[in-house]
Design a protein around this ligand. Structure first.
Ligand code: FAD
Length: 469
C-alpha cells in the first residue's frame, strides 16, 4: 500500500509496525482490557520533524491517527477502532530532555518522557515536579497533558494544566505550532495551549512541553487516620489546614471496602488499625524548611482532631518505608479492582463541601436498586474528586457491565444535581463520550464541535474519542 511505503520512507521500515508482521497487542488494547482494536499500522516517529512529516502524510491520504503515550489511560482514548484503517502514533521515542532552567524553575521535555523520569530529573536539580499518579512508571508527559492528569497532589499544586507553561503541538495538517515559552505571565490574546491540554489527542499531537518546577520539599510526613464518615474526613481537612495551611499536600479518602480489596489481592499489604474503621484518610504534609517544626504542627493538629472526636485513630508514619507502604496501598487500589473483576467506574467531582451529602444520598439508592452491591469509593477528597466505583453484588449472575447505563444514571444524575463533573480526571475517550450530551448543555457541545471542526476539518485526529458521533 502506497501510504505504508511512504511512511517507511519517512520513519524507516523498523518503525512502521503492521499487524500481519508483528504482535501489536500492547498498543491495540486499553489498560482496562475493555477495548481491542486493529490498526493499519503502529508508527514510531523519533522527533518532532518526523511527527510533522508523518501527520502531513496521513492528512494527504486521509488516514486517521490515534496518538498513544504510555497506554495507561482509563477510558480507551489511545485504542484504535477495529477498522484496520487507523494508525497508532507512538510518542515514546520522543523522550529527550531539551532544557532544564533551574533559575526559571522550568524544564522543557519531549512528550514521550516517562513521568517518573521527569520527577527524578527535577530532584537531581533540587527541584520538584508535583504530578504524582499511580501509573507514573509508565505514563508519559504527552499523555499526562492530553488527559490533564490529576493525582494526589492537586490539592496543593493543581492539575497537569497548571504545570504547563508552554507547548509544542503538531497540528492535524502537519504544521508545528511552537508555543514553547517558559512564561508565567502572557496576556497576548487567546491562550492556545489550553485547547490541547485535556483534548485527548483530538486536536493535535503534543510533542514537547515547558513544565513548571517547584522548590524541593525537604520534609514530608504521612498519617493514616481512621474516621467514621466522609463528613468527619472533611472536618479533619479543615483542622489540618487551620494548623498547616498549604503544607497539606495530599488528602485521600478510602472506604474500608477498598482497603479490604487491596489486602485481599495485593500480597504484602499491611494490616492497619485493630478495629476496622468505615473510612480511612491518608493525609500528607510537606515543607521546604525544617522537619521538626512540620512534625510538631502535624502532631498538634492530629491530636486536636483525636480529642474533638473528628478522628477515631491515627498512625503517623515514622519512616519513608512505612509511608511508601501506605501509599502503595492507595496506588494499588486500581490494580486490586482489576483483579477483583469488572466494576462500573466513575471518576466524578462535586464541590468539596458537597462530598459527604453526595455519598450519603447515592449509596442508599444503589443498595435499593442492587441489594448487596459493593461500592468501592476512594480518591482525592481534598479536590472533591472520587473514584466512585460500583462492584457487583457477590451473588450477581451475568455480566455486571450490562448494568452500566442504569448504575450511571443513579450516580451521574446525582453528580449533575450537585453541579459536578462526570469525569474529573480520566477524561472521556471511547468509554465516556456518550455521557457528554447528557450532562453538557447543547451550547457547550456546539462550541466543542466548532473548535474540533476548525482545527481538524478532516476529522483525522483520534476520531471516535471525546465527542460522540
Ligand atoms: C494504576 C493507574 C493509576 C492511575 N492514576 C491516575 C490518577 O491518579 N490521576 C489521573 O489523572 N490519571 C490516572 N491514571 C490514568 C492515566 O495514567 C493518565 O490518564 C495518564 O495521564 C495517561 O498517560 P499515558 O501516557 O499513559 O497516555 P495514553 O493512555 O497513551 O493516552 C491517553 C490519551 O491521551 C492521548 N495522547 C497520548 N499522548 C499524546 C500526545 N503526545 N499528544 C496528543 N494526545 C496524546 C491519547 O490519544 C489518549 O486519548 C491512572 C492509570 C493507572 C493505570
Amino acid at each position: 500500500m502506497r501510504f505504508l511505503e511512504e511512511a517507511r520512507a519517512l520513519l524507516g521500515a523498523a518503525h512502521v509496525l503492521t499487524p500481519d508482521a508483528e504482535d501489536l497487542s500492547a498498543y491495540t488494547e486499553d489498560w482496562r482490557r475493555r477495548y481491542q482494536g486493529r490498526p493499519l499500522a503502529v508508527l514510531r516517529p523519533a522527533d518532532t520533524a518526523q511527527v510533522s512529516a508523518v501527520v502531513a502524510l496521513c492528512a494527504q491520504h486521509g488516514v486517521a491517527i490515534v496518538p498513544q503515550g504510555g497506554n495507561s489511560g482509563m477510558c480507551a482514548g489511545a485504542t484504535p477502532d477495529g477498522s484496520g484503517k487507523q494508525v497508532v502514533l507512538l510518542l515514546s521515542r520522543l523522550n529527550r530532555v531539551r532544557a532544564v532552567d533551574a533559575l526559571n524553575n522550568t524544564m522543557t521535555v519531549e512528550a514521550g518522557c516517562v513521568l517518573a523520569k521527569v520527577q527524578e530529573l527535577a530532584a537531581e536539580h533540587e527541584r520538584f515536579f508535583p504530578l504524582s499518579i499511580g501509573s507514573e512508571g509508565s505514563c508519559q508527559i504527552g499523555g499526562n497533558i492530553a488527559t490533564n492528569a490529576g493525582g494526589i497532589q492537586v490539592l496543593r499544586y493543581g492539575n497537569m494544566r497548571d504545570q504547563v507553561l508552554g507547548l509544542e503541538v503538531v497540528l492535524p495538517d502537519g504544521q508545528v505550532l511552537n508555543l514553547l515559552k517558559g512564561l508565567r505571565k502572557d496576556n497576548t490574546g487567546y491562550d492556545l495551549k489550553h485547547l490541547f491540554i485535556g483534548a485527548e489527542g483530538t486536536l493535535g499531537i503534543i510533542t514537547a512541553a515547558v513544565l513548571k518546577l517547584y522548590p524541593a520539599p525537604r520534609a514530608r510526613t504521612l498519617a493514616l487516620v481512621a474516621v467514621e464518615s466522609p463528613q468527619r474526613a472533611l472536618e479533619l481537612l479543615a483542622v489540618l489546614r487551620s494548623h498547616l495551611a498549604d503544607r497539606v499536600t495530599a488528602f485521600e479518602i478510602m472506604g474500608d471496602a477498598v482497603v479490604a480489596m487491596v489486602q485481599k489481592h495485593i500480597p504484602g499489604t499491611p494490616a492497619l488499625f485493630d478495629k476496622r474503621p468505615p473510612w480511612y484518610v491518608l493525609a500528607q504534609v510537606s515543607d521546604s524548611s525544617g522537619a521538626e517544626a512540620l512534625q510538631t504542627a502535624f502532631e498538634e493538629a492530629l491530636g486536636q482532631a483525636l480529642e474533638s472526636g473528628v478522628a477515631q485513630d491515627v498512625i503517623i508514619t515514622s519512616s519513608v518505608a512505612q509511608a511508601n507502604e501506605l501509599w502503595a496501598m492507595r496506588d494499588n487500589a486500581s490494580a486490586a479492582q482489576q483483579r477483583d473483576g469488572h466494576n462500573i467506574k466513575h471518576d466524578m467531582a462535586v464541590p468539596v463541601s458537597s462530598v459527604p451529602a453526595f455519598i450519603d444520598e447515592v449509596l442508599p439508592q444503589l443498595e435499593i436498586a442492587y441489594p448487596g452491591v459493593r461500592p468501592v469509593v476512594f480518591g482525592h477528597l481534598g479536590d472533591g474528586n472520587l473514584h466512585f466505583n460500583v462492584a457487583r453484588p457477590a451473588d450477581w449472575v451475568g455480566d455486571w457491565l450490562d448494568q452500566s447505563d442504569a448504575v450511571n444514571a443513579i450516580v451521574l444524575d446525582a453528580v449533575a444535581r450537585y453541579n459536578g463533573s462526570f469525569s474529573a480526571e480520566h477524561g472521556l475517550g471511547m468509554l465516556k463520550k456518550h455521557e457528554l450530551p447528557l450532562y453538557k448543555t447543547p451550547l457547550e457541545l456546539d462550541l466543542m464541535r466548532r473548535i474540533k471542526a476548525a482545527l481538524d476539518p478532516q476529522g483525522l485526529m483520534n476520531p471516535g474519542k471525546v465527542l460522540p458521533d
